[in-house]
Design a protein around this ligand. Structure first.
Ligand code: SAM
Length: 306
């Protein structure tokens, strides 16, 4: 007789969870203490849930979800049957009291969002602040996050980055937000909807210039995952001509064109009211051109005056 096949909605994952829970050792060693747990969930591929995330979710007394129906699909896939409550942008403040009371009574409360890391462009920040203020335990179970996944694969510099979340849906406000970011040399990371992608890229060309390197990361970890790279001008033109679906991260690198400064013109203007020393110091700091070079130019200009 062939062994009876166990029916699972997502083959492999429930048994993985079981393995993880059992491999944590004795009951006492694997029992999760009371507290608030921010559990990262996949941004597409179900395999990106973490073993630790599964342990916490499987032991939670209650799971606070951005959307209980969306999270129900994920929890079902892993055979997790904990009670769920909603915790979204519109009720997060009201939930704080209930969740704090639960934690004080010794419960494990997990917070998950529809995808990725809770509290990052998702509900959670107010709840975490309230728990910290009340001295309650807060534990983050790290995992998938769209911004960092896109950054790591973009080919843009990763040493400094600025996560700017969603820009305004209105063009004027969006341009103002971009102006405030224009001088920042870190890689800029934005979340965007497919419907607004072309308009946002057009505004970026207008404010940041067409030559900046950019990467549009779409449907990360999913079947139609793609990373399209080019200059802002190129990708703005591409997406103006192609309708796009799916979830999107835009990453913008710093300008690779060397800014050209007319050092002589700057010096001539400054030397009318500043000493050579002060003019050189100011222009070197402003342009990034070495002091020695600026000083040499200043001496030549002064010599011509004589
Ligand atoms: N908390 C999530 C995280 O850690 O990344 C972000 C939630 S935010 C409400 C949703 C936005 O994240 C989407 O509109 C999209 O810009 C980005 N995003 C989420 N999943 C993505 C994916 N698989 N590929 C590309 N972008 C994604």
């Amino acid at each position: 007789m062939s062994p009876k096949k166990e029916k699972t909605s997502s083959p492999g994952y429930p048994s993985l969870a079981k393995l993880c829970i059992e491999s944590s050792g004795k009951e006492a060693a694997c029992k999760v203490p009371a507290g608030l747990y921010l559990v990262a969930t996949p941004i597409g591929h179900l395999g990106d849930i973490t073993l630790r995330g599964l342990v916490v979710l499987s032991q939670a007394d209650v799971i606070a979800c951005e959307d209980t129906r969306n999270s129900g699909i994920l929890l079902n896939a892993f055979g997790i049957k904990a009670k769920t409550i909603s915790c979204h942008d519109h009720n997060e403040e009201n939930r704080v009291e209930e969740i704090l009371r639960r934690i004080t009574q010794g419960e494990i409360v997990a917070l998950i969002s529809d995808a990725g890391m809770p509290a990052i462009a998702d509900p959670g920040f107010k709840l975490v602040r309230a728990c910290r203020d009340a001295g309650a335990s807060v534990v983050v179970i790290p995992g998938a996050n769209a911004a960092l996944t896109a950054l790591a694969g973009s080919g843009l510099p990763t040493d400094q980055f600025l996560f700017a979340g969603f820009l305004s849906p209105k063009s004027m406000a969006r341009q103002k937000e971009l102006i405030a970011l224009k001088q920042n040399t870190a890689t800029l990371i934005f979340y965007e909807s497919p419907q607004r992608l072309a308009a946002t890229l057009a505004d970026m060309v207008g404010v940041l210039g067409a030559s900046r390197p950019v990467c549009v990361a779409r449907e990360l970890t999913k079947f139609y995952e793609e990373m399209r790279r080019g200059t802002l001008g190129e990708l703005a033109a591409y997406y103006a001509a192609h309708d796009t679906k799916g979830e999107i991260v835009i990453l913008v690198g710093k300008s690779e064109e060397k800014e050209s400064h007319d050092i002589d013109a700057l010096l001539r203007e400054r030397l009318q009211h500043l000493s050579v020393r002060d003019a050189v110091a100011e222009i070197a700091a402003m342009t990034g051109v070495p002091k020695k070079e600026v000083y040499a130019r200043a001496l030549e200009i002064e010599a011509r005056k004589a």
